[in-house]
Ligand binder design. Structure first.
Ligand SMILES: C[S@@+](CC[C@H](N)C(=O)[O-])C[C@H]1O[C@@H](n2cnc3c(N)ncnc32)[C@H](O)[C@@H]1O
Length: 214
């Protein structure tokens, strides 16, 4: 993933934001040491942003699409009140095994339940409302995840969608691959959907913040 924000600016922003918990740091470091594609994990600055959004929304129920080794799920769990819950979807058993180990150690890990399998199947079975939904899995399904999220979202809820700048590839016409095309289509649909208001925030690889209109 190409970094869109200069590293020294990112580091400055990190130093002046909510700090990463010790358990998140340990998980990040292990993921970076041992897992392929470790750059998929949101990292400290976006993690702080997710914690802030959880608290601003006053979320109780969070749904995450795409857990990987559990970094962002831990950020949500840390920011939730005692009775809050996170349901997180993942298809890969190897990354789920790492996540389980860290959830078991974290003081707030018991708030998280993992659903293994294709996220769209899980979403079809779930009932809302969710206060916060974070979409961060396979890009070709982004529009499907967005559509189902609107069914599951609480009236005052917020949807967050990660990687919507896709290392800047979204600027290319024609799109170089399927994932880029899917993200371009999602951004187009959301920005013209009269049911919602959105802002594309240029944190890390771009996060779309969506709420219902009105
Ligand atoms: C970008 S990573 C998630 C990173 C995580 N949110 C974090 O910041 O720590 C995307 C994850 O989605 C998972 N994934 C891909 N396709 C999926 C699907 N159809 N259903 C569920 N999970 C899927 C991948 O295995 C991968 O672990």
């Amino acid at each position: 993933m190409e970094k869109l924000v200069p590293p020294e600016i990112e580091a400055y922003a990190e130093r002046h934001s909510m700090q990463e918990s010790a358990i998140c740091r340990a998980l990040r470091e292990e993921t970076q040491r041992t897992m392929e594609y470790h750059q998929m994990l949101v990292g400290p600055l976006e993690g702080a942003f997710l914690k802030m959004m959880t608290q601003l929304v006053g979320a109780i129920r969070v749904l995450e699409i795409g857990m990987f080794t559990g970094y962002s799920a831990l950020c949500f769990a840390e920011a939730l009140p005692e009775h809050g819950t996170v349901i997180t979807c993942e298809i890969n058993e190897k990354s789920a095994a790492v996540a389980r180990r860290y959830f078991a150690q974290a003081p707030f890990g018991s708030k998280i339940s993992i659903s293994i399998g294709p996220a769209l199947d899980t979403m079809r079975m779930l009932t809302g409302p969710f206060d916060l939904i974070f979409i961060d899995a396979d890009k070709v399904n982004y529009l499907n995840y967005y559509r189902r999220s609107l069914d599951l979202l609480a009236p005052k809820g917020v949807i967050l969608i990660d990687n919507v700048l896709w290392s800047g590839e979204v600027l290319k016409q024609p799109p170089p691959d399927e994932s880029t095309a899917a993200i371009q289509e999602l951004n187009r649909v959301v920005s013209t959907d009269p049911r919602v208001s959105a802002v594309l925030v240029t944190i890390r690889d771009g996060v779309l913040v969506i709420k219902r209109t009105g």
